[in-house]
Ligand binder design. Sequence first.
Ligand SMILES: CC(C)(COP(=O)(O)OP(=O)(O)OC[C@H]1O[C@@H](n2cnc3c(N)ncnc32)[C@H](O)[C@@H]1OP(=O)(O)O)[C@@H](O)C(=O)NCCC(=O)NCCS
Length: 191
Amino acid sequence: MDDRITESPRSPERIDLGEGASIRLLVPGDALVVFETVDRNRERLRRWLGWVDRTLGPGDTRTFIDLTIGTQGREFAYGIYVDGSFVGAIGLHTDPEHRSAMIGYWIDWEHEGRGLVTKASRALTQVAFRDLAMHRVWLTADPLNTRSCAVAERLGFRLEGIRREDTYTDGRFHDTALYAVLEDEWAGDGR
Ligand SMILES: CC(C)(COP(=O)(O)OP(=O)(O)OC[C@H]1O[C@@H](n2cnc3c(N)ncnc32)[C@H](O)[C@@H]1OP(=O)(O)O)[C@@H](O)C(=O)NCCC(=O)NCCS
């Protein structure tokens, strides 16, 4: 048994991404600002993220944050911050039995295209392998979501396949591209 696998795996509370950017674990008191940011970006996010249409008030965001905290080390929801202001979110959902972790993310439109989600995803993939003893880190994206696919490819995740029309969002079926990286393929911080 890998000695990093403990009953309460720990993910760092805060990670510095450089140039004023960081991620830190969300707490219940963040629900309002997170909800307001989702609400401002609702139209562009709902195209790709099914949960957006079910997020109708700060209470829904609070429930989500409470749920992640209640998983006791299986799910980690981080806010992405620039100069202390919340600008987006990134989550790591782990399956300790199979040592597999899934990453999901979104960012406010004003902060898109600055490399923030790439940096945050790199940091969390590193945490998954180094601190949480994961063997595999994966993410999914609609193949039409070229920005999201580009994040995975930039980090060296490998495209493993396309699940055809497996999700129904925004009134139609969507394909899903599956990307993953294994621990022995991951070059770490230097990638
Ligand atoms: C997909 C999404 C999360 C990507 O976020 P992002 O912050 O723009 O992505 P990145 O951080 O990787 O930005 C990459 C871009 O920044 C640029 N960039 C600037 N500095 C950079 C740096 N230091 N490192 C990497 N890229 C950098 C890149 O050139 C790239 O530009 P391009 O996309 O025009 O080629 C964002 O578009 C989004 O929120 N979309 C809506 C929600 C969504 O689709 N979520 C994912 C569902 S699967």
